[in-house]
Each structure stands twice: as C-alpha cells, then as structure tokens.
Design a protein. Sequence first.
Lengths: 370, 291
Amino acid sequence: MADQGMPIKVKPEQAMREAASLAEKIARGTELFSKLRDEEVTIATTPKDEVWRQDKVTLHHYRPLTEKKVSTPVLIVYGLIGRYTMADLQEDRSLVRNLLNLGVDLYVVDWGSPSRADRWLTLDDYIDGYLAECVWFISQQHAIDKVSLLGICEGGVFTTCHAALHPDMVKTLVLTITPIDFHGDTVENRLGHGFINIWTRSLEPEDIDRLIEAYGNLPGEFMGSVFSMMTPMRTLMKYNLDMLEVMDDEKKFLNFLRMEKWIADRPHHPGEAAKQWLKDLYQGNKLIKNAFTINGRQVNLSNITMPVLNVFAKDDHIIPPATSQALGEKVGTRDYTELALPGGHVGVFVGGKSQALLGSGIAKWLAERQ
Amino acid sequence: MTPFEYMQSLAEMWGRSGKDLTAAQQDMFADMARRMAEGAGRQTGSAPAGFFQPQDLASSNEAFAALWKSALGLSQSITRTMEQGKKPDPLVTELMSKLFDPRAWFSSLGGMDEALQRMAEGPRLADLWDTERKLLNVFNAWTALRRRSIEHNTVMLEAWMRATGAFAKTLNDKADRKEPLGSWREVLALWVETANTALLETQRSEKYLHSQREILKASTDLRLAQQELAAFYSEVFGYPTRAELDDVHRTVTELRRELRALERANREATTRKARERRRKPTKPIEAQTGA
C-alpha cells in the first residue's frame, strides 16, 4: 500500500522504541508501587498546634519557622468543599510554609468532617458563629482588635461576608480563587470553564431542596463527581496515562499520590448551608447584588473598607477569573489590589510556576500594610 | 449515508434497544397487574385488586411463552434465509421493519404508565395497600432511574460518535496535507484533545443538562422512596427512623446556636463592663475608706 496520504506514519523502529520504553516504565513503576506504603504519603505536615475547638471545628496555630515580619496574625479560611490541606500539600508546594518562611504569623481553621448530624448547620453558623469565634479567640490571644483573613474559594466567601459584617475586626482581607459574581462565567464563556455555574443554573431550586432532603448533606462524593466531569478526558486518563507517566519516578509519583490523598478527602457539605450556597449564591447570585443575608443582616460589599488583595488563577475552570474580579467595583476601599497568577484552580496553590509568586505576593502585600 | 450518520443511527438503535428492554420488562409486570385487577373486578365480593389470581398469571405466562416461541421461530427463519443468500421473504421483511419501528416499541409503554401510575397515585385507603404502595413507589422510582440513565447514555454515546468523527476528519485532513503523525503518543494526544473538546461542548448543551437534571431527580426520588420504605420497617421493628434522628439533630443544632449567642452576649457584656471600669477614674484609697 502506498504511504502517501497516510495520516499515521510510525516507523517500526519508532514503535518498538516506544513499546520498549513503556514496558520499562511499567516494570519500574510496578516495583515502586509495591514498595510504597500509604503512611509514606503525607500531606499538611507543617507543624501546628490545636488552640481552640467548638463542636467539630478546630483552630490551629502554626509554629513559626522564622522571625515574625508581619505583626498581625493571619487566619486561613478554607471552604466546606475539600479541605485546607491543599494549601500545605508538601514541603516544596505549600503556601503555608512559604508564608511562614516569610515571617507571617499563621492560623488555620479546620471545619472537621460534617455528618448527617450537622445537616442543619447554615452558612450563618459558619460565618457568624464558628469563624467569628475564631477571629475573637485570635484577637484575645494577641491582645489586638483586628485580625487579617486569608480566604480560599468558598472560604473566601466566608471571609468576605465576615469582613462586610464586622469591618472593625478585620485588618486586611486576602482572597484567593474566590467567587463573588456567581454568574460571571458568562463574561468569557470559555469552553470547559464554569461548568458548576452552568449546571446549577440548569436546576430548579426544588431540585436542590429534594437532593438535600434525600441525602441530608451535599455528599462529598457527589461534588467529587461534578469536579471530575469538568475535566472529562483528564479524569479518564488519570489512572492509566497520567499515572504511567510518573510512576517510575519516586519523587513525581509521591507528588501524584499526595494530590490523590487530598482529592480523596471529601467532607460532606452540611445540608442547609449547601442550600444557601447553591440556591442563594450560585443560582440567585445574591452576593454581588448585596442581597445575601447572614443572621438577618445584609452583606453589603461596600462595607469592606479594609485593604483587599484579590488573587485569582488565569486558567481557573472552576472559578473563572471574572467571577472573582467582580469584587473590585463593589468594595468600599480604595486599597484594592488584584494578583493574577498562572495556573488553574488548584494549580495556583500546588503548581511549580506559582510557588514563587503566590506566597511572596501575599507576604509582601501584608507587610506593606502593617 | 456517511459513516458518521451510520454510527449515529447505530447509537440511536442501541439507545432505543435499551429502552425497549426496559419497556418489555415493565410491560410484563403491567400485564400481570392488569390481569390481577381484572380478576378482582370479576368477583362480586369485597376482594380488592392485588389479590393473587393464579389462573390469570398462568394465562399471562402462556401468552408470553407463545410470543417467545414465535419470536424464536422468526429469528430462525431470518437466519435460514440469510444463510441461503436468498432474497428475503416479503413477510419477513415487513416483520423486521416493524421490529425496528420505534413507534411499535413506544406504543407498549402506555399500558405500563397507566397501570402502575394508577396504582401508585390512586386514592389512598386508610388501612389497605399502604405497604404495597410504598413498594410500588420504590419500583417505579427504580424504573424511572434506569430509563433516565439510558437516555443519558444515549446523549453520551452521541458525544463519543461526534468525537470519533472529528478525530477521523482531523486524521484525514493531515493525510491530505501530507502531515502524518509520527508516533503513537502523538495519535493519543490528538485523540485526547479531540474527545475532550467534544465532551466539553456536550456538557454545555441543553440535551445534556436536561438529562443530568432528570437523572438527579430520578435518583433522589428513588432514595426518598427507599427511605420511606425503610422508615416503615424501622417503625415495625422499633428502630429510630431517619426523620426522628433528623429531628433530634435539628434540636441540638438550634440549642448550640442559642448557647453560642448567649456566650457571646455574656462575653460582650463583660468586655463592655471592663472597658467602662477602665474609663472611670478610681478614687484614692483614703477617699474610699474615709480614712
């Protein structure tokens, strides 16, 4: 058969080289896989101490790694989907370590693992209850009136609301990959971006009510499957192609396994809080409209009068940049800074390119406002 | 017909075949239910529908067996004809076209909907058929979920067909431009990118979002029907039900909320008093004791 016009032209020796390379990779990878134990795959190893607890919520204070250069302590607030451990995935990919090494005094709140018993907790409980208690505790410990907040994703929404409701208690507000305008995905309308926004808008509010009625909470596995749908081929290829690529290199393979460990930790999202998250925010888009309420009080973004640093990822397919950037026009402070970083939603925290940029960018900004 | 159109037709046929299988199962149960109801209706006494009528079930079975036998005979006739390479019998052709006519399949679903929905949604009697209704709700919900899953799989199959067509087209274009791919890694990378695009485009389509929503509703309906049944048996055996536990948890959550509010109010009151004390100048000791 003539080889002109053939779409695939792989020379036999090329094919054999590829096959041999693959066989070698599989052999080395299988040996490595059989040697490794789960306890060797550790995440969130930066030393810290539990300093406060209420119900399932715990507050931790990181031990300093160097002399303090930023006087106001910073509280890291993650959301209820996934866990904060992503910010401290491993030693060389850790926002926590980077900030500690730059002299930031750091706390983190862990929301625990909600069960069906927690289905009645609302966002009001988290924002005006647990988070407010954490902020008060830190302020008492340091004999200060104000604490700095660093919110991540849904945790950024928590800190935004808290800052709007209690501006007298917040020194500076750092937001990372935080949605403010939940319909902002329609600005760029990039293929593969904003699927959660599109999907929730395709549901009726009663669909969400019925889902929570059936399960009590928003199951962690459910959100996990939604995230997997957002990268369909990546999800299909993860355990064959992607893992094959790294499994013969111990360092890369451990990185892969640490990421897997974080992904597998999927706490349930308390039911009533999930209804507010999906109906009031994703569907109703109340936050950007200043129509969201916490404990009967309106969350007015113009009450955010402290300095704000808004960090987002340029290729974030879960929180498209426009959904974060919408905050700029709404805050009541002139000291508003945006920091656009390379990478995706998680990549901005764990990716190699952003490691040098995220921690140093935040620490520098904080130091300038002490 | 282009290869893609052929594959599209194949996908539609697979989807419909799956629906047909589901409908055939439902039809069999509907037939049983109908015969049982008819059997009860013939009696002048108070025997309600749903009582087991062995003779009617036996006739149903006989009718089904006859149908199965004739289907087997038809299949054998088709096979013999094809093996001999003869021109197909016109009767066989007509029968085959009816087999693949979706209108014939969907016409069988009306009976299922009527019979089972009537039983599930009909007037409730206080002391009769409550357990049966709960069981029927579970069955209906399970059937609905299966149907929605098949519909969703059809949407996904169309997406894969589109991806395959786009992949084939890209390869053909490369061949025309004499730009062949030089390694299997390149081929795989092209396939991953092409399929990813097709799947992401599908995710934004009305069809996909609609079928996702329907699956979500069907799965939550099934879970709620199962929970209703579980609650019934929990009560029978004296175990706490889901609803009772949810009640308790709600009370505890509200109590904790009140406690936090009280603690905060108390703390704020104490802080206020401390601030006020700091502001007020203290009298010298001589003035206080009058010494």
